[in-house]
Design a protein around this ligand. Structure first.
Ligand code: HEM
Length: 418
């Protein structure tokens, strides 16, 4: 029988950028705090985020294939711009709108495609239902920070059952059929979908993946759906929050509307200042040494990404300030540690944040800007501004201060359905 570790023989907190990176590359540190089975109460049993060692490597090897530059370009250039404009025309239907649910609906479209959940992009009811699951699974993935973990656990169990029945099963059956026809030579490679569920099904017999349990496939797909939605939506809202706080907010909005590379700079600066995982946690699988400090087996290591991302030696003399054009050495990511590093580094970093800004400041046609920059440009082009009558509300269900629940904004240009 496994156990949920809640007490630790030692706790080490690291807040320097280089020390945090060293910890993230340490093979003795894992994300596994709960070794119980799903039935015993571990709602994240077997998912890539909490796997460690050979299983984790095997999963990432096949899942990373869905984030290759050619697949990224297909999504960013062909699929997303049309979906983005179509959805914004429908969702920005009044001068005042809560931008947080809009951001979630925009992001869930791409995340569902990538995860392998078949959804009708133009059906808002379907998209809202998926966003509901994202919210449930996000609370599950932040369970270590939850104020009422037992309530979260119960909600997530029920969420997985319904998600499997209503969403994964139909998408699974379609893919299983295509994979079978492909094996019999009836269809070619180009007819197989490019998504996580499809690659998991193609490789499911590989024992290294430990995917024989159906529930694990469902939870892995849910992890990608959730990982790709909530983070991107929060980042868009945080970008607007930071822009609105600047004395020249109106000019910044105009620049973002007209210059996609500048929008991307804003997103990178937002990620640096507002990491969606402000405190990254690791557990020592064995006695180890991190940044010169001894950590015993089962010791807890807390990595303070907020502090690490404000290292003046790397990000300049005013690291607390919002400066999308700050000068940063090309060897350092402008988003700091906000996509993690090492074995668990975010596989969706280029989907959300795009490629690094080129050192000479010019993007060629191969460049990927990331979906959040595209979203920012699109809302700025509609003349977004703070809503003087509205009050943004933070999501206080976890200790993560970078999460919003509601963020009312006004638009100069909106689409009147009448
Ligand atoms: C702005 C957007 C995003 C942010 C800020 C973000 C942030 C992160 C961070 C910090 C981690 C590592 C956590 C740790 O090491 O403890 C992570 C992992 C992960 N992210 Fe993202 N992410 C974003 C977008 C995405 C997208 C678009 C996807 C999928 C399409 C995705 C899927 C995942 C998955 C599956 C993991 C777990 C990887 C592993 O444990 O090996 N993320 N993300």
């Amino acid at each position: 029988m496994g156990e949920l570790l809640t007490e630790f023989p030692a706790t080490v907190v690291l807040d320097r950028y280089d020390e945090i990176r060293e910890a993230l590359f340490n093979p003795n540190l894992s994300r596994t705090f709960d070794s119980r089975s799903y039935a015993e109460g571990n709602i994240r049993d077997g998912v890539v985020s909490i796997s460690h060692g050979p299983v984790h490597r095997a999963r990432r090897r096949i899942e990373n294939t869905q984030f290759r530059p050619d697949v990224l370009r297909l999504y960013e250039r062909d699929l997303f711009p049309t979906v983005l404009d179509g959805l914004l025309d429908v969702l920005i239907d009044a001068p005042t709108v809560d931008i947080f649910p809009v951001a979630e609906l925009l992001s869930v479209v791409l995340a569902a495609r990538r995860a392998g959940i078949d959804v009708d992009d133009s059906d808002l009811d379907q998209l809202r239902e998926l966003v509901h699951y994202v919210d449930v699974f996000s609370q599950g993935s932040a369970i270590l920070d939850a104020k009422d973990p037992e309530a979260v656990r119960q909600m997530v169990y029920e969420g997985y059952d319904a998600f499997e029945r209503d969403w994964v099963r139909p998408s699974w059956d379609r893919r299983a059929d295509l994979i079978e026809r492909h094996r019999r030579g009836k269809i070619g490679d180009e007819d197989l979908p490019h998504d996580i569920l499809a690659v998991l099904l193609v490789h499911r017999d590989d024992p290294k993946l430990e995917l024989d349990d159906t529930g694990r496939v469902v939870r892995e797909v849910a992890t990608y759906l959730q990982g790709g939605t909530h983070t991107s939506a929060q980042t868009l809202v945080n970008a607007l929050d930071l822009i609105f706080d600047q004395p020249a907010a109106g000019e910044l909005v105009q620049r973002c509307a007209g210059d996609l590379l500048f929008s991307q700079r804003v997103i990178h600066e937002t990620l640096r200042l507002r990491p969606t995982t402000p405190r990254i946690r690791r557990r020592a699988e064995a006695d180890t040494v991190v940044a010169g400090r001894a950590v015993p087996r089962n010791g807890l290591v807390i990595l303070d990404a907020i502090a690490g991302n404000r290292d003046a030696g790397l990000f300049g003399p005013n690291p607390e300030s919002f400066d999308p054009e700050r000068s940063v050495d090309p060897s350092v990511a402008r988003w700091g540690l906000s996509f993690g590093a090492g074995a668990h580094q975010c596989p969706g970093r280029s989907v959300g944040g795009g490629f690094p800004i080129p050192a000479d400041g010019h993007a060629d046609e191969e460049h990927i800007y990331g979906l959040v920059a595209l979203e920012l440009r699109a809302v700025c082009a509609r003349g977004v501004q703070p809503d003087p009558a509205g009050q943004p509300e933070r999501d206080t269900r976890t200790e993560r201060f970078t999460r919003w629940a509601h963020y009312p904004v006004r638009f100069e240009r909106w689409h009147d359905p009448a």
